[in-house]
Ligand binder design. Structure first.
Ligand code: CTP
Ligand code: CA
Length: 223
């Protein structure tokens, strides 16, 4: 049981979680994407639901199964993800776990692009909206607790703290996804929780346990 005595400390609380990659189409058969299995985000959504929260999971393309008690909204692109999150607001907390593609091509080709002898295709990239930063700077109806993730390959804590300051979210959960860790696509994770005034290194554990611990922390914070 939770310290407060309730097994459902998040009952009556609304939570939005983004998870998985986004796919940004180049033409009908090609896309730009980040590597992301969606596992950690889906585990977090499930853990929050188990604590009684009303959870909307906005998911990019993934093969993960929807956790029990979670409302899932499937999207493909960053723009769709942002629209789905906005539609699901207001919420007590938003947790952006998705590996959103930073760029998309300015205009998707209507037909499959063909290889030609005349050289390479000219792709013009434009930046996608930053969903996390957008929520963090809301002036009315900002969720009480906005949490971002930072997948880094070096200087993890330093980069993550800078990211927290830049995006104006409340917490950042950071991890080292450099190849040797086996975290990306794997079942385990080793994260750092970076808050306004603290930094914690959590032991390496299953993504389900990391999710449960984060859900407990959120419940504690929301009271
Ligand atoms: N994020 C988001 N929308 C984006 C990009 C990122 O909501 N367009 C969120 C992610 O879900 C994550 C956090 O922002 O919670 C950090 O993402 P990350 O890719 O690490 O940050 P970037 O600012 O894109 O920096 P980088 O150049 O390291 O990719
Ligand atoms: Ca990025």
């Amino acid at each position: 049981f939770f310290a407060g005595g309730s097994a459902y400390p998040l009952k009556g609380r609304k939570v939005i979680v983004t998870a998985g990659p986004t796919h940004e189409p180049i033409d009908p058969v090609r896309y730009i994407a980040n590597r992301s299995s969606g596992k950690q985000g889906f585990e977090i959504a499930g853990a929050l639901a188990r604590l009684g929260a009303d959870v909307v999971l906005v998911a990019g393309p993934t093969i993960e199964h929807t956790p029990d008690g979670v409302t899932r909204v499937d999207v493909e692109t960053a723009w769709q993800m942002q629209a789905a999150v906005r539609k699901a607001l207001p919420a007590d907390t938003v947790i952006c776990v998705a590996a959103v593609a930073d760029w998309r091509v300015d205009a998707e080709a209507e037909q499959k692009m063909k290889k030609t002898r005349d050289g390479l295709p000219n792709l013009t990239l434009v930046e996608n909206p930053d969903i996390l930063a957008g929520i963090s700077i809301m002036t009315t109806g900002r969720p009480e607790l906005v949490i971002g993730f930072a997948a880094e390959t070096e200087n993890v804590v330093e980069h993550a703290r800078a990211k927290r300051d830049r995006k104006k979210c409340d917490w950042i959960v950071a991890n080292d996804v450099s190849g040797a860790t086996g975290i990306m696509g794997g079942t385990e994770n080793q994260v750092y929780l970076i808050t306004e005034d603290s930094e914690e290194a959590w032991p390496r554990a299953g993504k389900d346990l990391v999710a449960a611990k984060l859900a407990d922390k959120i419940a504690e914070r929301l009271g």
